[in-house]
Design a protein around this ligand. Structure first.
Ligand code: HSE
Length: 332
């Protein structure tokens, strides 16, 4: 598979490293960051690109841009991993639409456009006979979309709830375990590359709310928007609040919950017993799915991190390859 990668932040760099290290049958024919781009239909040198990014702060030719990559590069799958914008979904929304219209598959970790324009993007993919996969938008490395779309096909999903933001979980865990202040813990999360480019998306609960919207739109075929979610973040949680919770053998976790039967769509800090399955540590995410046939299933895994997110992206790329095995035509 030939892939073009837009975005060279934590996720883009992690993805390039993994593709370089593992023999996955994936060739990177183009990359772009916010200042430059590089294209080679025979495959770029990943090592050189990563080195250039480290030395200069950009990856390629400054006279080229992401739009050149989307519209001119030779690729089968566009991987869109630029920073997310929850309000407009741009510039990722335009990148994705252009690639789909050009008849190319798209894999993305970019939550903004998927949450904002779920139906429009899926219509565009269907019209052009290509796939749009977005496993990496929810739950980091946890293959929750695959589990729900394939593994639990035929089930009625009654409710989904859990920890959907690694940064908030990391902050709450560090505050509880080490007594770190909220600010110190947030700084650590940013340094480790877990937080969004704008970390207020994490701590104010916007990021898990976006993920909840994506899940709801995926599984209940709703046209839910971010504005429909009742959101409270963790930015007002103090060390005292956590200590008080611990006195009752409880702790605080930011829980996202969708339950259409009960009209619930919310993100809020919740007091949970320390023994509760959703009380996971660090950047782990935990997602409970209530279904009619399979009963209750809880998935736990790394919810943030560059290589972990790369795992979800690679899963999608290889899913597309296998789905189209034999019938897939290469781009000219
Ligand atoms: N900032 C996000 C998180 C990254 O902490 O969960 C993964 O979506």
């Amino acid at each position: 598979m030939r892939v073009a990668i837009l975005g060279m932040g934590s996720v883009g760099k992690g993805l390039l490293q993994v593709i370089n290290q593992k023999d996955l049958g994936i060739t990177v024919t183009a990359v772009a960051d916010s200042k430059s781009a590089l294209m080679d239909r025979d495959g770029i040198s990943i090592e050189e690109v990563l080195e250039a990014k480290k030395i200069h702060g950009y990856c390629g030719d400054t006279s080229l841009s992401s739009v050149d990559v989307v519209t001119k590069a030779a690729y089968d799958v566009l991987v869109e991993v630029t920073p997310t914008n929850a309000t407009t979904g741009e510039p990722a929304l335009t990148h994705i639409l252009q690639a789909l219209t050009r008849g190319r598959h798209v894999v993305t970790s970019n939550k903004g456009p998927i949450a904002r324009e779920f139906e429009r993007l899926h219509r565009c993919a269907a019209k052009n006979g290509v796939m749009l996969r977005y496993e990496a938008t929810v739950g980091g490395a946890i293959p929750v979309i695959h589990v729900l779309q394939q593994g639990l096909a035929g089930n009625r999903v009654r409710a989904i709830y859990g920890v959907l933001n690694g940064t908030c979980n990391f902050i709450l865990s560090r505050m509880a375990a080490e007594g770190l202040s909220y600010e110190q813990a947030l700084l650590e999360a940013r340094e480790m590359g877990y937080a969004e480019a704008d970390p207020t998306y994490d701590v104010k609960g916007i990021d898990p709310a976006i993920k909840l919207v994506i899940l709801a739109n995926t599984f209940w075929k709703k046209t839910v928007q971010l504005e429909d979610v009742d959101i409270t973040g963790i930015d007002m949680i103090t060390n005292d609040a956590i200590r008080l919770a611990e006195e009752e053998d409880c702790t605080i976790r930011l829980i996202a919950e969708a339950n259409p039967e009960r009209g619930i769509l919310r993100v809020a800090p919740r007091l949970l017993p320390l023994s509760h399955p959703l009380v996971v540590e660090g950047t782990l995410n935990a997602i409970t799915i209530e279904t009619d046939l399979a009963g209750e299933i809880t998935l736990i895994g790394k919810g943030a991190g560059s290589v972990e997110t790369a795992s979800a992206i690679i899963g999608d790329i290889l899913f597309i390859r296998d789905f189209h095995a034999g019938s897939h035509k290469k781009a000219p």
